[in-house]
Design a protein around this ligand. Structure first.
Ligand SMILES: [Fe+2]
Ligand SMILES: [Fe+2]
Length: 291
């Protein structure tokens, strides 16, 4: 069987794939139900002590920058609202996927990957605030998840992924998607899309994952996709971690840039704000076992 069929088969087999914890599905269902009260949601989250701790860590990090400490889940629900809480549960579930539980001899460092994803998420979140786009939490989560397809390669196809990484390293053009396509049959955008569809993530998260290197292909959420496209490139240029794609800084799509109507003058404050937040957030949120 060739590898693209192999990958498709793997993705279609839910049991073999990284799964989001059942608590995410449970909380998600509760939030979708208009009858759910804040107290019931708080109780459901409170039933999972490790989730509670993780959510409070995120809420109290520089991502939100609240002036005073939020010490209970109920307080967090009141301050943030249901939809932000849903994204927090997703963020905390995603953190578990970045655990370095698989020792691998390939040139792919989960710490660096995590750093790149977090860098992109912070830049995207900051950019969305500058653009006064609502739902900055979703944009943060899609930044965190944008390269998630690479985790599938890393965990399940490490031999082929090694070939990809070696070719990326030695390539002048450094077009990682094209190399993945040739070696794996799919690029990491497509694999990430299949995984996020399997996880039943909303389209606002799926499109930036599926099109962050080809932002003009996005249909429904072109602004969100353009933000992740640009933030990914800025994170690479700032050398915040590495997604295993070498140091080459790709060109920003002119269409994506124009779609957002970003002024060049906002780049400096966005970069400064990111620098101020990055170390703090990474040291605060990175899974302890990765440090
Ligand atoms: Fe990517
Ligand atoms: Fe990336």
């Amino acid at each position: 069987m060739d590898d693209s069929k192999n990958i498709r088969k793997l993705i279609e087999n839910l049991d073999d794939l990284p799964t989001l914890p059942t608590v995410f599905t449970k909380i998600n269902n509760l939030i979708q139900d208009p009858k759910t009260s804040a107290v019931a949601l708080g109780r459901a989250i409170g039933d999972d002590p490790s989730l509670t701790v993780k959510i409070l860590r995120i809420v109290n990090s520089a991502i939100y920058g609240f002036p005073s400490k939020i010490s209970t889940i109920n307080q967090a629900i009141v301050v943030l609202g249901f939809s932000a809480i849903k994204n927090l549960v997703l963020t905390s579930s995603v953190f578990d996927l970045f655990k370095a539980d698989k020792i691998n001899d390939i040139n792919f460092d989960l710490n660096d990957f995590w750093g790149h994803s977090m860098g992109c998420a912070i830049i995207a979140n900051t950019t969305a605030k500058y653009l006064q786009i609502k739902d900055t939490e979703s944009i943060f989560v899609s930044g965190l998840l944008h390269d998630i397809g690479k985790i599938v390669y890393f965990q399940y196809f490490s031999d082929k992924f090694r070939i990809v990484l070696n070719r990326v390293d030695g390539s002048r053009v450094n077009d990682v998607c094209k190399i993945e396509d040739e070696v794996m049959g799919f690029d990491h955008q497509h694999t990430g899309r299949l995984l996020s569809e399997k996880w039943q993530l909303p389209q606002v998260l799926i499109e930036p994952i599926a099109y962050h290197h080809n932002p003009t292909e996005s249909r429904q959420y072109s602004k969100q996709t353009a933000i992740i496209h640009i933030s990914d490139i800025i994170a690479t240029a700032m050398e915040l971690g590495s997604s295993g794609g070498g140091n080459y800084v790709p060109q920003v799509s002119e269409d994506a840039w124009n779609n957002l109507g970003l002024k060049l003058s906002v780049l400096e404050p966005i970069i400064k704000e990111t620098k101020d937040k990055y170390d703090d957030i990474v040291s605060f949120l990175m899974p302890a076992e990765n440090r």
